[in-house]
Design a protein around this ligand. Structure first.
Ligand code: IPE
Ligand code: IPE
Ligand code: MG
Length: 244
């Protein structure tokens, strides 16, 4: 029986046309709304970003407990350099502190840290911290935590296409093999917080057949319960990949 004609249910092949949805393997989140969270409370934006880091910590723990193979978090886009210098410096400071404080927990729990995006453009001491953290967690076999830093999907696709061309074949498979996410499972679910319904240059290629979940919850308020809600919704989706 061809996959397209397979009945819905356990004997259908996950990821194939007409297939049973199966548990999500790879979830990505556009963590948006830190500034609005702070504004609503008459607090500086930096406080919103700091509370955003607390939400990251909880969501990473939850992703591990829920058995996700991969979680990709949009932390700083290639366009976020347009923000005022003091906000960029607050964000870099939080990133520095986060890596320092959380790397032991990742290593102890077998989390593999990964960075997507052109992180070498970040301040040199952060690049060094990142590279130490990558080396320390490279053998992690529980969840892959990919953090998108100085990430822009159009730039990523252009780099991947150029690399594929240099090897002689600009095909879908060849480009895919050069993307920053090449060693990760296919993207199943893309979540964006804060009510904005746009991708903001995040995982444009990878989202081709991903399910999407948009919520008005502002990122600092996002809890493991919200992640569970999105995953429960995902489990009800029928993914057709153009088939029927
Ligand atoms: C998301 O929150 C964090 C980053 C983009 C670094 P924002 O700072 O974009 O918050 P809003 O969208 O202004 O509320
Ligand atoms: C996307 O959020 C980038 C991150 C969450 C890191 P932005 O707040 O930068 O996106 P726009 O500007 O509203 O599209
Ligand atoms: Mg925003």
């Amino acid at each position: 029986m061809s996959p397209a004609a397979a009945p819905r249910g356990d004997d259908a092949v996950a990821g194939q046309p007409g297939g049973y949805t199966g548990p999500a393997r790879h979830v990505a989140i556009i963590m948006d709304g830190n500034g609005r969270w702070a504004k609503k409370r008459f607090l500086p934006r930096a406080v919103g970003h700091k509370r955003g880091v607390d939400a990251v910590r909880e969501v990473v723990r939850a992703a591990r407990h829920m058995g996700l193979e991969a979680l990709t978090l949009y932390a700083f886009s290639s366009e976020n350099w347009k923000r005022p210098e003091d906000e960029i410096s607050d964000l870099m400071g939080l990133l520095r502190a986060f890596i320092r404080s959380d790397i032991d927990e990742f290593a102890a729990n077998d989390v593999r840290l990964k960075i997507i995006g052109d992180y070498k453009m970040l301040p040199a001491d952060i690049v060094e911290l990142i590279e130490d953290a990558l080396a320390r967690t490279a053998q992690g076999r529980s969840t892959t935590l990919a953090i998108a830093l100085n990430y822009g999907s159009q730039q990523e696709i252009a780099r991947a296409a150029a690399a594929a061309a240099a090897k002689g074949a600009v095909t879908v498979e060849a480009i895919e093999a050069e993307l920053d996410t090449a060693d990760m499972p296919p993207l199943d679910l893309l979540i964006r917080t804060s009510g904005e319904i746009r991708l903001s240059n995040f995982l444009l290629w990878q989202a081709a057949y991903a399910e999407m979940w948009f919520t008005d919850v502002l990122w600092p308020d996002f809890t493991p319960g919200h992640l569970r809600e999105a995953l429960d919704h995902y489990a009800t989706r029928e993914r057709r990949y153009g088939g029927r």
